[in-house]
Design a protein around this ligand. Structure first.
Ligand SMILES: Nc1nc2c(ncn2[C@@H]2O[C@H](COP(=O)(O)OP(=O)(O)OP(=O)(O)O)[C@@H](O)[C@H]2O)c(=O)[nH]1
Length: 344
C-alpha cells in the first residue's frame, strides 16, 4: 500500500503531461510486475485511427518519453484488432494474448465519447481481478489529473492552448533534435529537407474593436471562436495553436520550408476572408511570421513576428508578412534584444 501511495503522490505532483505519463507507466509497471507498460496516443488522421507510443517502460528498464516523429502518425489501428474493437464499442478495457504469447491489457482514457490516450500493459500471464482493480484505480487518478492539466493549459473561450503553455512548447521545439543550434561561423545544420525550419506566426484580427462596437461582445466572442476553429482546421496536427489573449493568436509551425510556411499561413488568411461570420459578415486577419532560431530567446522571436505583424497592419491589413524578408528588403530595422524586452 505504501508503494501505491508513493506513486499517487508522485503522479499528482507533476504539472506537465510528459512527466505525468512517465509516472503513470512507472506506477503501473511496478505494481503489476508487467513486462512492459506504455502510454499510447490514438490519433485520427484523415478519418483513420493510428496508434503511437508516447511513454514506455520495460521490466528493469528506465521509463522514457517516446519522441514523436514529424509526419509519422504511428501504426494503423488495424495492427491492434482487440484495441480497435474496444474503442469501437466504447469499452473501458480489453485484454488478449498476442502472437508473441504475451498477455496485453488496454485501458483507454475516455473523455465523453473520445479516447485519444490508452494505457497498454504487457504481462507474461493474464491479470488477476485484484491487479485489474488496482490498475483501474491508478488509471482513474491519471485521467482526472490529465483533465486538470488540460484545463490549466487551455483558454476557456476558444479551447486553444493558452499563453502560459507557449513558453514551454517553444522551449521544447527549440530543444527538439531537428532544431540545430547555430554555431557562429558554421553553416546551419539541418536534419530534414535543406530549407526546413520551425516558424512562429502572430495573428491579429483586423479592426476587432469595430466588431465589438457594432455587434456587441457576444458576437465578438463568436468571431474569436470561429477564428480559432479556422486556425485548427488550417494548420497541421503537429503545429501548435495558442490564444495569447484578446484577438491575438500565435502558431508554432513545425519543420517546413519558407514556401510551405507562407502557403499554409496564406491558406488560413484566405479561409478567414472567405468565411461568412454570422451577423458580422466579413472578417480579416493580419499575420507576422519569422523563422525560429535556436540562438534567439522566445522574447526576441516573438518581437520579430510582432514587428512583421505591425508592418502588415500599417500596410493595408489582411496580409501575411515575413520578418526576415522585410529586413532583407530594408523595410524593417532589426531591433536589439534589449529594446524588444522592454516592449513585453
Ligand atoms: N469580444 C471580445 N473582445 C475582446 C476580447 N479580448 C479583447 N477584446 C477587444 O478587442 C479589441 C482590440 O482592439 P484594438 O487592439 O484597438 O485593435 P483592432 O480594433 O483589432 O484594430 P487593429 O488591430 O489595428 O486592426 C478591444 O476592443 C478589446 O476590448 C474578448 O475576449 N472578447
Amino acid at each position: 500500500m505504501d508503494s501505491l501511495l508513493r506513486h499517487m503522490v508522485d503522479m499528482t505532483g507533476h504539472r506537465d503531461h510528459t512527466m505525468l505519463d512517465i509516472s503513470v507507466v512507472s506506477a503501473v509497471q511496478e505494481l503489476s510486475g508487467a513486462v512492459q507498460t506504455r502510454v499510447l496516443t490514438i490519433a485520427t488522421v484523415c478519418g483513420q485511427k493510428f496508434v503511437r507510443p508516447r511513454a514506455c517502460i520495460r521490466a528493469g528498464g528506465v521509463a522514457c518519453p517516446e519522441e514523436a516523429q514529424d509526419g509519422n502518425p504511428g501504426e494503423p489501428i488495424s495492427a491492434f484488432p482487440t484495441l480497435a474493437h474496444c474503442l469501437e464499442h466504447h469499452d473501458s478495457r480489453a485484454e488478449g494474448s498476442g502472437p508473441d504469447g504475451l498477455w496485453r491489457l488496454w485501458l483507454p482514457i475516455w473523455f465523453g465519447d473520445k479516447a485519444d490516450t490508452c494505457l497498454e500493459i504487457t504481462h507474461e500471464r493474464g491479470f488477476t481481478g485484484e491487479a485489474i482493480h488496482t490498475i483501474s484505480g491508478i488509471v482513474s487518478v491519471y485521467r482526472n489529473f490529465q483533465n486538470l492539466l488540460d484545463y490549466s493549459e487551455r483558454d476557456s473561450l476558444t479551447g486553444l492552448l493558452n499563453r502560459k503553455t507557449f513558453d514551454d512548447q517553444l522551449a521544447r521545439m527549440l530543444h527538439a533534435s531537428d532544431v540545430a543550434p547555430l554555431v557562429p561561423g558554421q553553416p546551419e545544420r539541418r536534419h530534414h529537407g535543406a530549407e526546413e525550419k520551425q516558424w512562429l506566426a502572430v495573428i491579429d484580427v483586423d479592426h476587432f474593436k469595430g466588431v465589438n462596437d457594432r455587434f456587441g461582445h457576444l458576437y465578438g466572442d463568436e468571431v474569436l471562436i470561429l477564428v480559432a476553429n479556422l486556425l485548427q482546421s488550417s494548420f497541421r496536427a503537429q503545429d501548435r495553436v495558442f490564444r495569447f489573449g484578446g484577438e491575438e493568436f500565435v502558431v508554432l509551425l513545425r519543420s517546413t520550408t519558407l514556401e510551405n510556411a507562407r502557403k499554409i499561413i496564406d491558406r488560413f488568411r484566405t479561409n478567414v476572408e472567405a468565411h461568412d461570420f454570422p451577423q458580422v459578415g466579413r472578417v480579416t486577419v493580419s499575420v507576422g511570421f519569422t523563422s525560429i532560431r535556436a540562438t534567439d530567446s522566445p522574447v526576441v522571436t516573438l518581437g520579430h513576428a510582432d514587428q512583421a505583424l505591425y508592418f502588415a497592419k500599417a500596410n493595408g491589413r489582411n496580409r501575411a508578412c515575413h520578418y526576415d524578408e522585410l529586413v532583407a528588403k530594408g523595410l524593417l530595422q532589426t531591433i536589439a534584444a534589449n529594446d524588444i524586452a522592454e516592449f513585453f
